[in-house]
Design a protein around this ligand. Structure first.
Ligand SMILES: [Cu+2]
Length: 158
């Protein structure tokens, strides 16, 4: 994974294409934690790939937490949903939108360096296999309702 991102960064420099910045668009991002004292939080957003090339979100970096991971929920049987770390990231096909949402794929902040306060803006770098680094600011929204139900996230965060 590291090697891939280094190669991706090298390719970015060699080709030096300004259009890269517009190939990935992030909409409707928000972050939340289960409570003000929670040790973990999640981030959710719609990622649009406007390029002609399939891409992949392979890493997320931020100083707001000690570790930032890509997670998904899997059905562990009997309708019990569990969170799992996704090692090879989230594929975002050319021209497609990939939703990060509660109960599904999401960004997980583990070991928060700061409490999530309503309205705060969290600086986050998304790292894509092809598009490279995309820097965004994600607003904290503790009141936002889940689109698909909150499920096991509360357990994990508390
Ligand atoms: Cu998670």
């Amino acid at each position: 994974m590291k090697l891939k991102s280094i190669l991706g960064a090298a390719a970015l420099i060699l080709t030096a294409i300004p259009a890269f910045a517009d190939d990935i668009m992030v909409h409707d991002a928000y972050a939340r934690s289960a409570s003000p004292s929670a040790m973990a939080g999640g981030a959710f957003m719609a990622i649009m790939n406007h390029s002609d090339t399939d891409d992949r979100l392979i890493e997320v970096r931020s100083d707001v937490a000690k570790r930032v991971e890509l997670h998904t929920h899997i059905d562990a049987g009997d309708g019990v949903m569990q969170m799992r770390r996704v090692e090879d990231g989230f594929a975002i096909a050319a021209g497609e939108t990939h939703m990060l949402q509660r109960g599904g794929d999401h960004v997980m902040f583990m070991g928060l360096n700061q409490s999530f306060v309503q309205g705060d803006m969290l600086p986050v770098t998304l790292v894509f296999e092809n598009a490279g680094e995309v820097e965004i600011e994600i607003p904290v929204d503790l009141e936002r309702q889940a689109e698909m139900g909150d499920m096991s996230h509360g357990d994990h965060s508390n």
